[in-house]
Design a protein around this ligand. Structure first.
Ligand SMILES: [Zn+2]
Length: 502
């Protein structure tokens, strides 16, 4: 994925805490290098984001619309959009699929409860931006579907039209896609032979990747080709032109289901099929039954692979349950932590109320001082320079306090719900660590991590934050979960800064 760096700093006083443009660029470039992000352009702007009409901003959007980049890397969401017009533009471009990634070095974001939790901790200010973005994207997607326009990337054989936002037929690829269906409908081709056919006939995906078995399987089942769209499990009529007849499509489904049956049965027996990849060669892991036991091994589809070992399913489940043990929380401890969270909630609410009250009193005082200052100035007791200087100082204070009030009022308790969900998921792990329900274990592990792989009879995976931290600490209990897992950095900041202590 290619990224554009966007840096901005305005001359306004409420922007004074922000890094200089040079510093933003340097930090962003370092971040990009660390994260291995490909940067294709850097744009900086010395204007405010509160009013629409920034030229570099427009340039950046155009750049992305032309397909020269798919992601934006910026210091903070508020660098990108503080007015609804520009925010809307970004949202719209995410919606249309032009922007596939938004990255900010100071936090990562995933739309899971835990992701939201971490985000809320990391940021107060941008919460509304990101929340709205997510909601608007969903809303936008639904609207597009209702209008008969596919909101995502066009499947091979079609193209996204960046101007009309519609999906056009790709005249070059369409005949080959049609041929693919025709070949498969005959019933004497396998998905592998079709993959080879694609290679020989240079039919590639829209991002120029080779079409492998999985992709071909998806193509053959995609009702998009007959003019329909499936979204959230529901079928809608599309406005795009069908390129496959219903008859040909149905014929392919028939062949698929006949061939698929063998696989279905196999899948039923191997609960963890499709989860792991081989560490040595990256191939998928397949299942094999021997002497009444299930084994998992590398498919070795890419040729040579050093992995010689088979992993017995019982051993795999053991390893998984061992991990679950590390992120599980007993029901007694769960109750304790939830109770603590509730107490925290009440306390935080009270405290933020008091704090807001005090801040408002301060704000009033400053307003009065400003009035007095003006009187003094008008009576020519102080010089213009002195007046400007003192006024500036008071206005700065006023802004700071207003912002603090906003923080307390808006973001005071936003971390609590995700925190609760996190605790409940640890309780779920407790139940699963003794469970025989392999599919539930699978779902849970998929939710809390990724990159499952197999190496030398060992199962590995990358657990997400904060599960990885809990696991690294060797287990959760009510002591280490309340404190230090959620430990306030200081009493005055407890509304916002609940973090994980390492
Ligand atoms: Zn392998």
């Amino acid at each position: 994925m290619r990224y554009v760096i966007y840096a901005r700093k305005s001359t306004e006083e409420d922007d004074r805490q922000v890094l200089s443009i040079e510093a933003q660029i340097t930090e962003l470039k370092e971040f990009a290098a660390k994260e291995k992000l490909e940067i294709v352009a850097s744009l900086c702007e010395a204007k405010t984001a509160k009013e629409p009409g920034r030229t570099k901003f427009a340039e950046m959007l155009e750049f992305i619309e032309k397909g020269k980049a798919e992601g934006i890397l910026s210091w903070h969401p508020d660098r990108l959009a503080r007015n609804s017009v520009d925010g809307g533009k970004i949202i719209h471009m995410v919606d249309c699929g032009f922007i596939k990634s938004l990255r900010f070095p100071s936090f990562w974001f995933e739309p899971t409860p835990q992701g939201l939790f971490m985000l809320n901790i990391a940021f107060g200010q941008s919460k509304y931006f990101v929340d709205n973005l997510r909601e608007n994207v969903k809303r936008g997607l639904r609207q597009k579907i209702r209008n008969g326009v596919w909101p995502g990337w066009a499947p091979v054989g079609y193209l996204n039209n960046p101007k009309t936002r519609a999906i056009d037929v790709d005249e070059k690829k369409t005949p080959k896609v049609r041929k693919l269906f025709e070949l498969y409908a005959k019933g004497d081709q396998t998905l592998y032979s079709l993959a080879n056919w694609c290679k020989e006939n240079k039919l590639k995906s829209n991002n120029e990747k080779e079409l492998r078995v999985g992709a071909i399987h998806k193509i053959l089942q995609n009702i998009f080709y007959i003019g329909l769209m499936k979204f959230n499990g529901e079928i809608h009529e599309g406005k795009h032109k069908p390129i496959i007849s219903k008859k040909l499509f149905d014929k392919c489904q028939e062949v698929l289901s006949k061939r698929g049956k063998v696989q279905e049965v196999r899948k039923h027996h191997f609960a963890f099929l499709g989860l792991m990849k081989c560490k040595s060669c990256g191939c998928s892991i397949t299942g094999e039954r021997q002497k009444g036991h299930n084994y998992y091994r590398c498919t070795k589809k890419k040729g040579l692979c050093q992995e010689k070992h088979y992993l017995r399913e019982e051993s795999l489940v053991d390893q998984m349950q061992n991990f679950l043990q590390k992120v599980s929380l007993s029901s007694l401890d769960t109750e304790k932590v939830l109770f603590e969270l509730e107490k925290e909630e009440i306390l935080a609410k009270e405290q933020s109320k008091i704090t807001v009250q005090n801040l408002k009193v301060k704000l009033e005082e400053i307003t009065k001082q400003l009035e007095k200052l003006l009187d003094v100035y008008l009576n020519e007791i102080i010089t213009t320079e002195e007046y400007t200087l003192r006024k500036q100082k008071l206005i700065n204070e006023k802004m700071e306090i207003s912002e603090q009030i906003k923080d307390f009022e808006q973001n005071g308790l936003s971390w609590l719900e995700p925190a609760r969900e996190f605790v409940l998921s640890l309780a779920k792990a407790e139940k699963l660590k003794k469970s025989e329900d392999h599919s539930e274990i699978l779902t849970f592990l998929k939710n809390i991590g990724s990159n499952h792989y197999l190496q030398n009879r060992k199962w590995h995976f990358e657990a997400k934050i904060p599960y990885n931290l809990v696991a690294a600490r060797g287990g959760a209990n009510s002591q280490n979960l309340t404190f230090p897992i959620w430990c306030p950095r200081s009493d005055s900041n407890r509304h916002a800064f609940y973090g994980i202590c390492s």
